[in-house]
Design a protein. Sequence first.
Length: 499
Amino acid sequence: NTDSTIITINPLPAVVAGPDTSICLGDNANIYATGATTYFWDNALGAGQGFSVSPIVNTTYIVTGTDGNGCVNMDSTIVTINPLPIVVASIDTTICSGDIANLSATGALTYSWDNSLGAGQNQFPSPITTTTYIVTGTNANGCINIDSVLVTVIACGNPPVVSFSATDSTICVGDCIDFTDLSTGVPTGWAWSFPGAANTSSTAQNPTNICYNTAGSFDVILVDTNAFGQDSLFMSGFITVNALPTVIASNDTTICSGDIANLSATGALTYSWNNSLGAGQNQSPSPVTTTTYIVTGTDANGCINSDSVIVTVILCTAPIANFGSNSTSVCINDCINFSDLSSGGTPTSWSWYFFGANPNTSNNQNPTNICYDSTGTFDVALMVSNIYGQDSIFIPNYITVDSCITIPSIVIIPNVFSPNGDGQNDLFNITGTGIIGLTMNIFNRWGGLMFSSNQINHGWDGRTTAGIECTDGTYFYIIDVETTDQIETTYKGTLTLIR
């Protein structure tokens, strides 16, 4: 007899790792494989179809691809690293103000300079201040590198000629000014003097935030120096500081809810009010709640100042008495804080009565430290009033004062009982004081559960859970007791059953 089997030969996947590539040192190359289902790359890249790599030397990356039949094949791609050009710029140089610096660079194919110099291997700038020039060189592979040259500009034999400007010369009290040195001749040192300013001197070339807090006319002095001498400029009355207007708003006022408040301001040329009132010397708002109105006044010099007025809004009706406290149940000798919760019109006087307390009266709106030195329940009364009338509230038995004496918990567990039906000691019961929870389990000497209960007054009658009388002998208990002092205790021991 004969039989046969067929062996199927699956082709290997056509794994393609992509073309070889060249990059500059420090750049990234994207490598990507196709032709399989899953891919795994060497050189610690691991699993994945594609990666972005940045080798520092020429590197061959081998990818192993696996198709759906589990067949594998591999391919490789080479990433070639092109070195960066070694760009070398001219050495740092020093020139006189107005002269030309000869700059050049080597080590690349093409060159580009910053500071608006542009392209070219050689450049001939004439900077007016010390300047750093950066040249970017590109080689035949398109790789770039940079170098720099510092051109120091000095005044060759001439002292500076002083000049300066300011962001403003007429300001208001509290304003600040920035100054700019416009001197020629390349000064290297600056000594500013600002009489009347908050900061009266500076050695910065261009001082900022020079503030004036006093009205008047003030001088400004600048002394510039370099290696060849100095020059100074004294500007008399260069800064004019105008005083702020004395803006005065109406006196604070109180109105009834729904009424209008007449507000006004003086001391300036124009006025602007907050809270959506807008411009105008006089305003007539009708706020629904107590509101602070701020008016900003501007004088002819453009200087501004402000003032405010508080409009207190009250209900022009008698109050409705009500109160609360931080506690209504305390221990003897404890103290309570009371709060006026009256509604309606705003009270202006308060008469409290604390029966059984010390102190027992108060005229404060919110009395504190009202103490009780005896037990019982006590009344509290409050009378409130204003010019529109009065109201009172009396709450009987509002405060409860307890002695707060704690009775210690006691747990009593007997060690023998005799469940013989004679009416004496027939139950194994847990007794004591302060017991609020109890779980009892009774076991025989082999660990069998004879009895279980989670009721405080449910004792064991010497029978099994099936109702069968247990024999005389020693039994074991595990009892969990919870007491009023929030303590849970587990008791373990033995008891003797005698009939």
